[in-house]
Write a protein that binds this ligand. Structure first.
Ligand SMILES: Cc1cc2nc3c(=O)[nH]c(=O)nc-3n(C[C@H](O)[C@H](O)[C@H](O)COP(=O)(O)OP(=O)(O)OC[C@H]3O[C@@H](n4cnc5c(N)ncnc54)[C@H](O)[C@@H]3O)c2cc1C
Length: 419
């Protein structure tokens, strides 16, 4: 095993790599540019709502095995909450119809044959063409493989793929859609239970990981931004942090777990995804009504998913690029009007809206098109001591927590094998 492993970036990819390597007794140092760990998956105190919130609502599924292993390793598996079986409640804001999708546990999709479980207005036969996605030829978009229309598409396929790929589904990569379906719907209800970090992403996924790293003697150096890598012919020789630099020993290794545009600026000739999609989240400080489900899928609104947390209602809009430049107040009002309709809370409260915050992550994920998917590099580089990780590397999955953690684990395994 190499002498010291320097991990650049304390997002989930960097943290998972650090956990795996420190667990094997490696000497690890994590360098993070900002003052906090977690990257795109973090909690912070928000002054506008006067409480700790997440940068965005993150949904995991019980089939995300790498993410669940990561949580078990850091002793935080019990901090994810979800229903005992795979159920998703939906509302159509256009007609007011409400229904619950109920997958059965096993791999055989009995739910498709049961009108009380499947999507209302669909027949079992409507589901058959979805299988085409699983065998789609490489390089195809979802819209080239299945018909993106009809009740099943609007009520199941579109919300599922929009959330998982963060792109308008017809443009999305069929390969990535297939991976999502293979690991969720096709794996049966046991893999589809929705799980959320009810007490926040920070206290669930990030702080316990930092504690574990500390206990293993890993230094996590915050506000230590890598400015440049200096390359020899075969290996990276120096890490340049501007005010200081680290000369690498012959057996030292580097895992670069930064976003793609940062990686491309540090590593010459590295091909990376260059297009992104936004995710918009709206948070309202208000107690949800007691009967409000923890997660509600919403059709025909600006709101796509409504999450109920203690003392807070939160909304997610994926592929929200059309919302990133408009006035925040107008957006908050539009979203609150829909939230009021969905929850039965009054649209007009005495002081106007409840305390709110809009978080717009412009580059939330790479654009999951076939062309951008083809630009994702694998973990190995031309330099033998440099390995790349991140949700945007070629994991075969869309940009998700699961993909980020798998990429970190993969980078750690490569470094651990080095003599
Ligand atoms: C709003 C939102 C909602 C999401 N919802 C979901 C969801 O519901 N389910 C799901 O599975 N996924 C979701 N995701 C995706 C998920 O958050 C990401 O896939 C995951 O967090 C990516 O982790 P990462 O480590 O690959 O990258 P990042 O989190 O981007 O980590 C990279 C780290 O590198 C640091 N860094 C950058 N440059 C340097 C440098 N030069 N030197 C040192 N450090 C540097 C950054 O500060 C950052 O901490 C969502 C993302 C967003 C933004």
């Amino acid at each position: 095993m190499t002498a010291t492993v320097h991990i650049i970036g304390a997002g989930l990819a960097g943290l998972s790599a650090a956990l795996k390597l420190s667990g094997r007794g490696a000497r690890v140092i994590v360098h993070e540019a900002t003052a906090f760990a977690g990257g795109r998956c973090r909690s912070y105190h928000d002054a506008a709502v006067g409480m700790r919130i997440d940068n965005g609502n993150h949904l995991l599924l019980s089939g995300n095995h790498a993410a669940l292993d990561y949580l078990r390793d850091i002793g935080a598996a019990d901090r994810l909450v979800g229903p005992p079986s795979a159920e998703f409640r939906f509302v159509d804001l256009a007609g007011g119809e409400r229904w619950t999708l109920r997958f059965n546990d096993g791999r055989l999709p009995f739910w498709v044959f049961d009108r009380r479980r499947r999507v209302p207005g669909t027949r079992a036969l409507d589901y058959v063409p979805l299988a085409r996605l699983l065998w789609a030829p490489p390089g195809k978009a979802v819209g080239e493989v299945i018909a993106c229309e009809g009740v099943l598409y609007r009520r199941l396929v579109e919300p599922l793929l929009l959330a998982a790929l963060n792109i308008d589904p017809p443009q999305g990569s069929a390969r990535l859609a297939a991976a999502v379906i293979r690991e969720t719907l096709a794996a049966g209800g046991r893999a589809c239970r929705p799980l959320i970090a009810r007490d926040g992403l920070g206290s669930t996924l990030i702080e316990p990981a930092l504690l574990d790293l500390q206990q293993h003697g890993v230094a996590v150096r915050m506000q230590h931004q890598l400015r440049a890598l200096h390359f020899g012919t075969e290996r990276v020789e120096t890490l340049d942090f501007g005010s200081d630099s680290i000369a690498l020993g012959a057996d030292d290794a580097v895992i670069l777990a930064v976003p793609p545009y940062v990686a491309a600026s540090l590593v010459r000739g590295l091909e990376v995804p260059t297009e992104f999609r936004a995710i918009v989240n709206a948070h309202f400080r208000i107690e949800p009504p007691p009967a409000q489900p923890p997660i509600l899928g919403v059709l025909n609104g600006t709101v796509q998913w409504l999450f109920a947390f203690p003392g807070r209602l939160s909304v997610t809009v994926s592929a929200g690029d059309r919302l990133v430049d408009g006035p925040r107040e107008q957006l908050a009002k539009t979203i609150w009007d829909e939230v009021a309709r969905l929850t039965g809370l009054p649209a007009a409260l005495p002081g106007g809206l409840p305390p709110w915050q809009i978080v717009r992550e412009r580059r939330a994920t790479f654009a999951a098109t076939p062309a951008q998917d083809a630009r994702r590099p694998g973990p190995a580089t031309a330099w033998r001591n440099l390995v790349i990780a991140g949700d945007w590397t070629d994991t075969g999955l869309p940009a998700t927590i699961e993909g980020a953690i798998r990429s970190g684990n993969r980078a750690a395994a490569i470094v651990a094998k080095q003599p």
